[in-house]
Design a protein around this ligand. Sequence first.
Ligand code: NZQ
Ligand code: ZN
Length: 388
Amino acid sequence: MLNFELYNPTRIIFGKDRLDSIDKHVPANARVLITYGGGSAVKSGLIAKIKTILGNRKVDEFGGIEPNPRYTTLMKAAEIVKKDKIDFILAVGGGSVIDGTKFICLAAHYEGDAEELLKTGFRRITSDVVKKVVPFGTVLTLPATGSEMNSGAVISHKHGKYPVMSDLTFPVFSILDPTLSFTLPKIQVANGIVDAFVHTTEQYITFQVGAKIQDRFAESILQTLIEIGETTVKEPENYVMRANHYWSATLALNGLIGAGVPQDWATHMIGHELTHLFGIDHAQTLAIILPALLEVRRKKKHAKLLQYAERVWDIKTGTEDEKITNAIRLTREFFERLGIKTRLSEYGVKSEQLENIVDHLKAHGLHALGETDDHNLETSRAILKKAF
Ligand code: NZQ
Ligand code: ZN
């Protein structure tokens, strides 16, 4: 097991009818900004309910945070935070609203040009850089990203999607009421299963370091997602299924399974370029890239791929290579059964556009990816070719 340090201060408030606890966890004298997306939370009556719970506190609202939240939109909210002296933000929505809110919290009182915060990559932004960060809580309406219990964000601006990492942007609390996601379109539920699945494989299908407990955690998340995936898409109001979807997605990216193990975020990095260039939903880019990546990197990942085949998919027969081939096939078929297409051509991308994707990876400095930084542009090109 590798050395690690694990820090996670977010309070999780899980279950039905938990909205009232907002009153307890938002400071009584706070001036609050509620952030939300394109309107689903207004339509469902959720924003109105939350305003009632906030009682006499002064409350501002900022709606319109788009999927793959944009820097320019978020800076408008940051202005309001500064102007109205907001001292607590409540993010109501999915990963985009929560990620966007993290950025607003960092940018509002940043003394330099906030665009600089997008250029920090995977380096964590510290209190030397941003001296004052606005605290925030979340009400999660879409189980997928894990953003409700981690401190990372992904922000879109001009030429791409930029990771923003900081220990200063853990939510103070997150309300995880699975019933708030009953209104989701089926495709977003399927996206949520795939996103959580790929977060898990990226911290699991790398190489052996003797981290047995992390491996078992990861395998249990993957097996749970496989068990509940199709049902939670087909039966949106099946509480047991959706509750397991929620908690699996949170556990997949709250730091727990990634502590003390190698990680390979190449699927996400290539996926970000596909969202940026072609507007493909985040999780759908992952469903396109992961099976192709596992094929191209199967020698490198042999031992963990075999473990994945035997323990997650329960494949007991065949040679080692046959087991791995079957596990990759079953992964693709699982995504497709959820209603997610797994080929670039099915999203209208043409093979002539492949070099443009590679050029973008190059422009963003993404030429040393993978668990040991040996995944270069040639590797990405091979993966993209296989993904058609
Ligand atoms: O905007 P509204 O009207 O609310 O509609 C949203 C949006 O159109 C809708 N939706 C959300 N909850 C709903 C609902 N519709 C009906 N009923 C509800 N209860 O769903 C649509 C998609 O929402 P979005 O927040 O974009 O989806 P998701 O949660 O998948 O977030 C994706 C974003 O998260 C980033 C991605 O890059 C992407 O920008 N990620 C963040 C991570 C993190 N912070 O750790 C990790 C992930 O890998 C991911 O990269
Ligand atoms: Zn993701």
